[in-house]
Ligand binder design. Structure first.
Ligand code: ATP
Ligand code: MG
Length: 363
């Protein structure tokens, strides 16, 4: 066994198949996780956790960038998000769960990286722009000048969160970041930061790559382009069966599909997108789509099928979640143990960064 393997073994109980590569992803504890998180990121994490050394970060500092006035909400959702991880099958014996604010190295790295990016570049980040609009509830027809004025009103921490995300990814020397499509610009910005850093201070940081699934962005139940915790259009992994059924019944479909015999549209119809994402019987989904497009298939029938499919998927997740929820102290212990292990890695990166930046004043 090489020294590197030994070091890797010490910092986490993951598979030792060489070469070990690292995954880092996370979620903001702004609410429980939903189907969009599963499709966009959780599914890949669960599948890859045995091949990659996996760190999963509950990004509470990032949640505070637009929830500074609601720390209790963030605190409460830290355990909710951890429960969702356990429920979908992230195994704490294999993946390392950690809490962002308990890893102070991440904040220090952010501070150094902030000097490597311009304010203009941050303002141009498409994810930040999209989130700005949502945060400020900008009218859809707002012109550039109005948007700029609104943007200037958001907290500086929010503008800078791509930098904090770069700190998270690089602190773990992550090679792969399984994320939904909305996060792609974040990884691109991290790569730019890594290149700047390595050019100026020497090759210390690892360039990450985004792992984006085929269904890269799950739409909301209202047909909006993204299911989001803060958008009121989500089906949560923890929703009870009757709530899921009700949400499915109320879903947006093709507004022009008024009578059963009318031909309907499948594109942009979230009911079919969800079937594509969750129905294992792809042949039947294809047949339903063709029937719907031809006419003669009512929304109620398709929705009934979707409700069944979702229940088959969510039932076991809900059950596991309930089991773990009985012991909140154990969930906190898992987070603490993981954070302690993660800290060995973030501390080692920070020390290499400080050395490269000539900030190693004394041992
Ligand atoms: P918030 O509204 O508070 O930002 P969110 O629902 O956007 O919450 P995040 O915590 O920002 O969730 O995202 C966590 C991860 O889940 C990211 O990798 C993101 O790309 C992915 N994700 C979130 N929503 C979706 C979605 N609708 N489709 C695909 N991936 C998604
Ligand atoms: Mg988000």
């Amino acid at each position: 066994m090489t020294g590197r393997d030994e070091a890797a073994k010490r910092s986490g109980p993951f598979s030792l198949e060489a070469p070990i590569k690292t995954i880092l992803t996370g979620d903001r504890p702004t609410g429980p996780l939903h189907l969009g998180h599963y499709v966009g990121s959780l599914k890949n994490r669960v599948q890859l956790q045995h091949q990659y050394r996996t760190f999963v970060l509950v990004a509470d500092m990032q949640a505070l960038t637009d929830n500074a006035d609601n720390p209790a909400k963030v605190r409460q959702n830290v355990s909710e998000v951890a429960l969702d991880y356990l429920a979908v099958g992230l195994d704490p014996k294999v993946s390392t769960f950690c809490v962002q604010s308990m890893l102070p190295e991440l904040a220090e790295l952010t501070m150094y990286y902030l000097n490597l990016v311009t304010v203009a570049r941050l303002q141009r980040n498409p994810t930040v722009k999209e989130e700005f609009r949502r945060l400020q509830r900008a009218p859809a027809d707002a012109d550039e000048a109005q948007l700029r004025e609104l943007e200037a009103q958001v907290p500086a921490g929010f503008l800078c969160y791509p930098v904090s995300q770069a700190a998270d990814i690089t602190a773990f020397k992550a090679h792969l970041v399984p994320v939904g499509e909305d996060q792609k610009p974040m990884i691109e910005q991290t790569v730019e930061l890594v290149r700047s850093f390595n050019r100026i201070y020497g090759e210390v940081l690892v360039e990450p790559e985004a792992l984006i699934p085929q269904i890269a962005r799950l739409p909301g139940t209202d047909g909006q382009s993204k299911m989001g915790k803060s958008l009121g259009n989500a089906i949560y992994l923890s929703d009870p069966a009757d709530v899921v059924a009700k949400k499915v019944r109320g879903m947006f479909t093709d507004p022009k599909h008024l009578r059963v015999e009318d031909p309907g549209r499948v594109e942009g119809n979230p009911v079919f997108t969800y079937l594509d994402a969750f129905d294992p019987d792809t042949a039947q989904v294809q047949a339903l789509k063709e029937h719907y497009q031809r006419g003669g298939l009512g929304d109620t029938v398709v929705k009934r099928r979707l409700a069944e499919v979702l229940e088959a998927f969510l039932g076991p997740i809900r059950k596991r979640r309930e089991e773990y929820a009985r012991d909140p102290a154990e969930v906190m212990r898992l987070l603490k143990d993981g954070t302690d292990r993660a800290r060995q890695v973030t501390a080692s990166t920070l020390s290499a960064v400080r050395k490269a930046m000539h900030l190693d004043y004394w041992p």
